[in-house]
Ligand binder design. Structure first.
Ligand SMILES: *Cc1c(COP(=O)(O)O)cnc(C)c1O
Length: 482
């Protein structure tokens, strides 16, 4: 939030916007919540949205647009070639990132397909701070290997480390030496590192990575999908930049990279994707792939209306008052849960609040999917849809053995500008109630288990009848209220 201080109350996040359009929500009685989650095979991906009160599954494509974004959609120029919309978007991208070549794509993973096809050869390596699911898949598909070089501090669940997304520079140097710089396809830095909880890197760290890349003649690629949060954290947590504007920090970051790409489902609160560079040779390598996979170079699979919304959304990303909402709300939620003894990942990141299921339900063995069980219990307790990020999200190995995840997390995403503070407090209340009744939560087992990406469509069931008993306990504690 802006520099606003509360005088008579405890400090809390303050929205620097007001609500102009709303969507009505339903909160089902607990008996119907129980029925809905069981019909969904205890998998929150399979719930119907009409049964969900707070949809905290993801921040992708579900962020609230501003009035100016909505208004811009009306002036979109729907021509196949020479579109004014494309010109407007290109100009804003150049203003913000200082890169004059721009390729559009339909979403983030489409950018990854193009970049990987153009740059990853069989047997090459891609060092990065941490992988994202679709990124690693595209690199592997092209015969490359990901080298994960996150600093050790990044993987500590409870910590005060402000930049858990930092790359270990020493390991980067050693890795390049080991595989040979000619075998490094590119180095990738991910802003707001998604899979470790939306954790940022520091600008100092990016500078270090960039100079190692330059010394070795290797391209540096920035995944800027979660850039907005990372920018805000640099401004708030990195002493050297506390007086810089968001625009200055962005320009500095961009000057260190050779390629920037992003999912506009997150950055810019719209839908789509973009690849930027100032390297003509790289641009030409990727250009043909865009026309082949995405569409003509002036839209790349995006709707022109979304492109207009993105143009405005990117401008708004340069406004601290607009990008503070997500990180500030998440920090608030993390603090409130911590106060109540609930195990959460700290410090708060930029994507959502992450509950540590390994501790929350430490009586459930990993073979019975603690994070999956907790996600289903949270839906029963409050109609809240989170995402399992644990062993269910891993697939079995080639021999059919279960691979236990490093962490068992329930991710509660806070799509940007979507929820109010009272809704966040409702979630805190239900999670706290669940924590007090955690002994009642039991394990899950698969009834239908797809071989790949089982977390999307797999169906599970409770072991025993703990879900029914949890719903009964809720009824007893809450009387006839919802
Ligand atoms: C979401 C995301 C992607 C993929 O973007 P999509 O638009 O979902 O294809 C890539 N990288 C990061 C860091 C992301 O968060």
């Amino acid at each position: 939030m802006s520099n606003v201080r509360f005088k008579t109350m405890e400090q809390m996040p303050l929205e620097m916007h007001k609500v102009k359009i709303v969507q009505k929500l339903n909160l089902l009685p607990v008996e119907e919540r129980l029925k809905a989650i069981q019909e969904a095979g205890s998998n929150t991906f399979l719930l119907q949205n009409r049964d969900v009160f707070m949809d905290m599954l993801t921040d992708s494509g579900v962020n609230a647009m501003s009035d100016r974004q909505q208004a811009a959609m009306m002036v979109a120029d729907d021509s196949y070639a020479g579109s004014e919309t494309f010109t407007r978007l290109s100009k804003v991208l150049k203003d913000i990132f200082g890169m004059d070549m721009f390729l559009p794509a339909h979403q983030g993973r489409a950018c990854e397909n193009i970049i990987s096809q153009a740059m990853v050869k069989k047997g090459t390596f891609v060092p990065m701070n941490y992988h994202f699911t679709t990124t690693r898949a595209h690199i592997n598909l092209n015969g490359g290997t990901v080298l994960e070089l996150i600093a050790d501090k990044g993987l500590e669940t409870t910590s005060e480390e402000p930049f858990k997304g930092n790359m270990d520079l020493d390991r980067l140097k050693k890795s390049i030496q080991k595989v040979g710089k000619g075998n490094v396809a590119f180095v990738r830095m991910e802003a707001g590192t998604n899979l470790i909880g939306g954790q940022p890197f520091s600008l100092e760290n990016l500078e270090g990575v960039s100079s190692i890349c330059k010394e070795n003649g290797i391209s540096l690629v920035l995944d800027a999908s979660l850039l907005a949060d990372n920018l805000y954290f640099i401004k708030k947590r990195e002493e050297a930049y506390k007086d810089s504007s968001i625009r200055e920090i962005t320009a500095k970051m961009a000057s260190l990279c050779d390629i920037i790409y992003f999912s506009a489902r997150k950055l810019g609160c719209a839908r789509g994707g973009a690849i930027l560079t100032r390297d003509k040779e790289l641009f030409n390598r990727m250009k043909g792939l865009v026309t082949l996979y995405e569409g003509f170079l002036t839209y790349g699979g995006m709707s022109v209306r979304e492109m207009e919304a993105l143009t405005v959304g990117l401008e708004e990303t340069m406004d601290e008052d607009m990008i503070c909402q997500g990180p500030d709300f998440i920090q608030f939620m993390v603090n409130e849960l911590k106060k109540r003894g609930v195990p959460v990942i700290t410090p708060g990141g930029g994507l959502g609040c992450h509950i540590n299921a390994m501790e929350f339900v430490n009586h459930i063995p990993q073979s019975e999917y603690p994070a999956g069980a907790l996600a289903s219990a949270l839906f029963i307790a409050g109609g809240i849809r989170g995402m399992e990020r644990g062993t269910v999200s891993e697939d079995r190995d080639a021999d059919g053995n279960e691979k236990h995840a490093d962490m068992e997390l329930v991710r509660l995403a806070l799509p940007r500008r979507v929820f109010t503070l009272s809704q966040v407090m409702y979630a805190v209340d239900r999670i706290t109630w669940l924590y007090e009744n955690r002994e009642m939560i039991g394990g899950l087992e698969f009834t239908e288990e797809p071989a790949i990406l089982r977390f999307f469509f797999g169906r599970l069931q409770e072991k025993g009848d703990w879900q029914e008993r949890l719903a009964e306990k809720f009824r007893k504690d809450f009387g006839d209220s919802l």
